[in-house]
Design a binder for this molecule. Structure first.
Ligand code: OVV
Length: 396
């Protein structure tokens, strides 16, 4: 039996591929169900079927050795491992139980009104301004206010969360210039982040304090609590900022899709979902094989990294009709922008709420979104991120 696995000479972390990953994604999907990369010691999948398989089979494709390029079985992690992201059952299950309760749909119903009020105010301000930067005037300030408020963080110095998120997501790629620069920038704020995971710094009753309440109840040990708060601060900001930024980008560049949303603001939620599929914020995650195994009939060795090209799977023509079309009326369910399986985004109800509320406020208050200049990108090893997005909001 042959076990030929093709090798691709492409660097997913080269600037041109981070700027425009879609030609690379097509090449990866067409190369085969599984392939190797010349420059990195990893296997990779870019088709929906195999990405889904890897994410679902958590017993073979583990997270405990890290979900970035670095294999924590061979190298020391750059920070203490996340108790939930970089963990496997049974520890993962214990942590996940608590976070999923704190971030449950019911909890999200309770924050909806206050999040909605902020979204309305912020969109109103953008409509008054007319010419805005979609990132700095909206995509960034909204999650940076509402989510830390819900966690129970003080209001000072929240920009530190941006630097921290940028570094965490860069750290899942290679040790390139992007990681070096963001690591340098984050040094002065790392202590701030860890201090703000302390119970004393967290408003009673907020998401952060609720983790400590779970520790009080004996569900986790008290040493684990600050580390779970750290997960909120790592995963909850940069992701939603760029989810909203990418949705604004997609709508601005597809005026007829925006027109549908404007005519029917109830489309806010499906429009945000389609934007997640079309411009997936988290482009990649890795797993590590914990035994010799097979993907699509090809043998993989034990203890090897598998790169899951989430964003490529979300445009796989084997799965989607006209995948490169941004169509807010399609049914994008089954996309893997928020992962899937036991590690699927635990904050997804909050993420979707934030996206829905911003798009819904815009849909009602803005007749047209016009591109008002060239956007710029912030390159990151994992995230599809915008630095600036000049837009004009034409009032309804
Ligand atoms: C999903 C995600 C991204 C980054 C960090 C974490 C989780 C964490 O748990 O720290």
């Amino acid at each position: 039996m042959s076990n030929f696995i093709p090798e691709l000479d492409v660097d997913p972390y080269a600037a041109h591929n981070l700027l425009d990953p879609y030609p690379m994604h097509e090449l990866m999907r067409e190369t085969g169900p599984v392939f190797k990369l010349k420059d990195y010691p990893v296997y990779a999948c870019a088709r929906h079927e195999q990405v889904h398989q890897v994410l679902t089979d958590y017993e073979t494709f583990i997270s405990g050795a890290g979900v970035g390029l670095t294999n924590f079985n061979l190298e020391t992690p750059f920070r203490p491992k996340s108790l939930i992201l970089e963990a496997d059952p049974p520890q993962h299950t214990q942590m996940r139980t608590i976070l999923s309760r704190i971030l449950s749909p019911k909890a999200v119903m309770q924050i909806r009104e206050s999040f909605a009020r902020v979204a309305e105010e912020m969109v109103d301000r953008c409509v008054e301004k007319g010419e805005i930067d979609g990132i700095h005037d909206l995509a960034q300030i909204f999650p940076l206010k509402v989510f830390p408020d819900a966690v129970g963080l003080e209001t000072d110095d929240r920009d530190n969360l941006l630097l921290y998120g940028d570094m965490v997501f860069n750290s899942m790629g290679p040790r390139n210039e992007l990681l070096a620069k963001s690591t340098e920038r984050v040094i002065p704020v790392t202590q701030w982040i860890m201090e703000h995971c302390d119970r004393k710094m967290l408003r009673p009753g907020g998401f952060g304090d609720q983790i400590y309440q779970a520790a009080d109840a004996g569900e986790i040990s008290h040493e684990h609590a600050p580390m779970l708060v750290r997960s909120f601060l790592s995963a909850g900001i940069d992701t939603t900022i760029n989810g909203i930024g990418n949705a604004l980008f997609s709508l601005a560049h597809h005026p007829s899709e925006y027109e549908k949303l404007h005519r029917d603001p109830a489309m806010a939620r499906p429009a945000f979902e389609e934007a997640l599929r079309y411009e997936s914020t988290a482009q990649t995650f890795f797993r590590t094989t914990n035994k010799a195994c097979e993907i699509a009939g090809h043998q993989l060795p034990e203890n090897t990294k598998v790169l899951c090209m989430l964003a490529a799977a979300n445009r796989d023509p084997r799965k989607w009709v006209n995948p490169d079309q941004f169509d807010i009326e399609r049914r994008p369910s089954g996309h893997v922008a928020l992962g899937t399986g036991i590690h699927g985004c635990v904050g997804q109800a909050v993420a979707r709420l934030e996206g829905e509320l911003i798009l819904s406020a815009i849909a009602r208050k803005v007749k047209r979104i016009e591109v008002n200049g060239q956007h710029t990108r912030r390159l990151n090893n994992t995230l599809r991120a915008l630095e600036t997005l000049p837009l004009r909001f034409v009032p309804a």
